[in-house]
Design a protein around this ligand. Sequence first.
Ligand code: C2E
Ligand code: MG
Ligand code: MG
Length: 530
Amino acid sequence: MIKRMSLISAYIALGCAATVLPVLISIYIANEDVARREQRDLSLYAEKAMMRTELVTYQGFAAIADLQAEHAEPCSPEYLKRAAHVIFNYRYVRDAGAYGDGRYLCSPLLGEVRTQDVELPPPRWRSNDGYLVWFQQKNPLSDLREDIQIGRNGEYVSIDPQSYVDVMDPAGRAIATINTELNSIVALSSGADPDEMLHAWKQAGRVDSDEWNYAVARSETRALGVVVKGRRTSLFRDWPGLLATWLSFGVAMGAAFGWFAFKRISRQVSFQASLEWAISHKTIDVVYQPIVNLATSECVGVEALARWNLNGRDISPNIFIALAEQHGLIQSLTDLVFDQALQDLAELLRSRPSFYVSVNVSGEDLRTPRFLNLINARLAGTGLRPAQIRIEATERSFLNADVTRQTIAAFRSAGHPVYIDDFGTGYSSLAYLQTFMIDVLKIDKSFVDTIAQDAASSIVAPHIIEMAHELGAEIVAEGIERSEQVEYLVRRGVQYGQGWLFAKAMRREELLAWLEARRASHAPAQPAIQ
Ligand code: C2E
Ligand code: MG
Ligand code: MG
């Protein structure tokens, strides 16, 4: 029981491992793949944002150049007209005008403010090529509005910082534009945290976070950079839930496997136990199939065959004999069949001294003289002749040649003829079989079946019969079902036969009645009623 339980537990553990492991491995691989794709996608997004930043910056430069192109007197009517054109023509430019001595001078938006002393603080940054930049520059007209202002040689343009980060993105990923010399933020998409974005920029995007990915891009021509942030899809984020789901699935699978294994094992165990019980309680039946002289139709003996009915079902001898052999029960079974046969047929055998019963034995019975000793003991004082008890052994049971040869010789010298059963189905060569000194060969049904059939298969039977003759033994043909087979076999010198044409295997009473009926009628063998 403990062995069974531990086997079931092992199956459950195996089921869990077999179910959960591949799932976890695939999730891990998928997760890695998703992470790689997302990072690549985010880097592409950073490149795109960088292009946008450069585009806006260069537009600012182009607008200043355009303002200076006409060399109009700053703040003259022509100049202001020109500035209005620039504002109109350049999409990202919100104002354009003149400044000097720390003051705004004029623009189409501010008007003429030279006399009003509208202060312009010093720029935050100056580029190598002479551009001045004011970040988050408050517009003199409104406290709410902060622009990026780019100036050069007394002229400036104001740009809405949102233009820098205004990239179409359905996922709404955060962008920050960075001045790479100052390491400070130029523009930030709405809702983004400036400290976080700056930190990510300084780490070149390599921020340890389970939730977010970061990527950076740098301009090749200007001191500009971009950092972007996107949400990370982790298949492992909900790993406890995931594991719980798959583990319960694994347990269910394992339990199913375990249950299946349990059923199988217990069926096998109970099957074996039932056979053991049937043998020890002698509930195995023995039936007898007549063996007839083919030329005279006289029944010369019978073969004892074991029958087992388990819960109303007849189990094939091929199955339970193999089971008995596997589990060391075969010797008790052989004894049982022999004892039963002797009990059933002793009277008949005594009344017909030439009549015999043949008993099937297995390899195990031929390893020692045990069964021979049992036969001798049982026959003592019964008045039966040893030749009335015959032994059938298949070629397979001869495998252990040296031991078997001795036992077979002992059976024969004790007067029990020995038969090779199922002749032709084993692998033994004629030369090998000749070393055994056998009395009778039983040609297997599979060869007898081919007799008087189509040409291709009927070449086998004569060959087998010839081999049997060569061994110098008498022959019994097994499984005769048609009268043509009898004619053929007699022609080929086969003396004996057994099969449904004459009779199926029968219980003692049926056999006795069958024998009686034949004797009364003196009739030749008739096909058995099926
Ligand atoms: P086997 O010793 O060659 O027995 C002959 C088998 O052929 C029997 O099958 C018998 O019922 C069947 N048979 C005989 N004539 C005909 C026929 O005309 N047509 C057909 N279709 N079948 C026929 P069974 O009783 O099922 O036994 C199968 C095998 O199981 C036997 O083959 C024998 O090897 C083994 N066996 C049966 N009883 C015992 C036993 O007590 N001890 C051992 N060791 N083996 C046994
Ligand atoms: Mg047999
Ligand atoms: Mg046979």
